[in-house]
Ligand binder design. Structure first.
Ligand SMILES: Cc1cc2nc3c(=O)[nH]c(=O)nc-3n(C[C@H](O)[C@H](O)[C@H](O)COP(=O)(O)OP(=O)(O)OC[C@H]3O[C@@H](n4cnc5c(N)ncnc54)[C@H](O)[C@@H]3O)c2cc1C
Length: 382
């Protein structure tokens, strides 16, 4: 049986050399998790094999829920200061029906991951977490059936660190999840593939999303006057598209009426990034001595965005649960079980809608109805 019956507070071997938590992965899920635990006064080690600032494979439209959390954490102004505009509402066109942006919506924002993730890592460090960049975790220390620490290296230097809990915030392919055999469930029924890049001089009036005839196109204005433009299509087209990425990307945008003219006039400023198909899943996000947050615990096709906000929400949910456990107010099983339930309840509607849409990117009248009235947004915590 994987799951410990012991509350973390009863673990006997805590010493000054033992962190309360080690967080593996320092982007949208890991840094806020480390920051929030450190703000509660816990001893946290945050590691990532990446160094910051650095990019990652992801566009970066943050929904109003995510923006609200950045405000709550005192980080929104820092993001704005990087030269990115907030927006209200997204212009959508679905199977020919245009839905104008709802300007009464709260602010959304689309900062590059190079700037967002750096702000998040710095906030964790400022909160008191020890941050080690350029560190790869390549093993977990397991004692009496419970995860008790990490084995890691930076360059030639290998080291071990111990903690009361090891948190995998290490993305979809999570090393931590694989090491503990975290059970997966509710695998998604559909997935897309796609490509995106950045332009200067691409005129816009805020974010745009088009879903027509088996393809989704999107436009996200981002930092420094640049605009992220991309296309997603059914997974089956991935091989053919990959055969000539430059040619197919150009042909696709030139053939797509709403973007074609603006595309011709704009200057491309980056390489084209590709997204291979990956089905969605949920993972059991806790067990003896370990927990998962962000994509490590729940992955959905990026068609409707949401991953960054999901990571923020789950960072809050997990740290609240761990705070209760570490303070001795709740048992590990009960608190982390509630975290899993809240995560699943907040996401299952949008997960289902994403999977339906991804199957052929030709929404049925029922799916269209759901989208026209606006997909249900996960509720902000608290
Ligand atoms: C093409 C694409 C477009 C997307 N567009 C959007 C969008 O517009 N809006 C949105 O909200 N979401 C979007 N998403 C989803 C979003 O990118 C993810 O949900 C989000 O990045 C998850 O954050 P995370 O911190 O859980 O994981 P990640 O961002 O994957 O970070 C995991 C970190 O863990 C580190 N790591 C992994 N293994 C180890 C190890 N063994 N040792 C040390 N470090 C390790 C990695 O270096 C990495 O920095 C998109 C995703 C893709 C792929």
């Amino acid at each position: 049986m994987l799951y410990s019956q012991r509350p973390l507070t009863e673990i006997a071997w805590r010493s000054p050399e033992v962190f309360d938590a080690i967080v593996v992965g320092a982007r949208c899920a890991g840094s806020p998790t480390a920051m929030l635990l450190a703000r509660m006064g816990y001893g946290v080690l945050l590691v990532d094999r990446a160094t910051f600032p650095s990019d990652t494979l992801s566009t970066h439209y943050i929904t109003p829920d995510g923006t609200a959390r950045l405000k709550e954490w005192g980080l929104f102004e820092r993001v704005l200061a990087t030269g990115v505009e907030p927006y209200r509402g997204i212009a959508r066109s679905i199977q020919g029906f245009s839905i104008p942006p709802d300007r009464s919506e709260p602010e959304a924002i689309a900062p590059r991951r190079t700037v967002l993730d750096k702000i998040l890592v710095d906030a964790a460090r400022e909160a008191g977490a020890e941050v080690r960049e350029g560190v790869s975790v390549d093993g977990l220390i397991v004692e009496d059936g419970s995860v008790a620490g990490i084995r890691a290296h930076r360059g030639e230097d290998a080291f071990e660190e111990r903690a009361r809990i090891v948190i995998g915030a290490d993305g979809r392919e999570s090393f931590v999840a694989r090491q503990v055999n975290a059970p997966e469930y509710n695998e998604g029924g559909g997935t897309t593939a796609g490509y995106y890049t950045y332009f200067r001089g691409f005129t816009h009036d805020g974010p745009e999303l088009y879903l027509n005839d088996g393809a989704a196109h999107f436009v996200f204005p981002t930092n420094d006057g640049e605009v992220c433009v991309g296309v997603e299509f059914v997974a089956e087209r991935f091989k053919e598209f990959r055969g000539d990425i430059e040619g197919n990307f150009r042909a696709d945008l030139e053939a797509f009426g709403p973007l074609a003219e603006r595309f011709r006039r704009a200057e491309r400023t980056s390489r084209i990034f590709g997204l291979a198909p990956h089905k969605g899943f949920y993972r059991k996000p806790f067990g003896p001595g370990w927990a998962l947050v962000g994509d490590a615990g729940y992955y959905r096709d990026p068609l409707l965005g949401q991953g960054i906000n999901d990571a923020f929400r789950d960072a809050e949910g997990l740290t609240e649960a761990l705070g209760a456990v570490l303070a001795g107010r709740e048992t590990f099983e009960v608190a982390l079980g509630a975290y899993e339930t809240a995560r699943n309840e907040a996401t299952f509607m949008l997960y289902g809608l994403t999977n339906l849409l991804c199957q052929d990117l030709n929404p049925s009248p029922e799916v269209l109805q759901m989208m026209m009235s606006g997909p249900p947004a996960p509720a902000p915590a608290g």
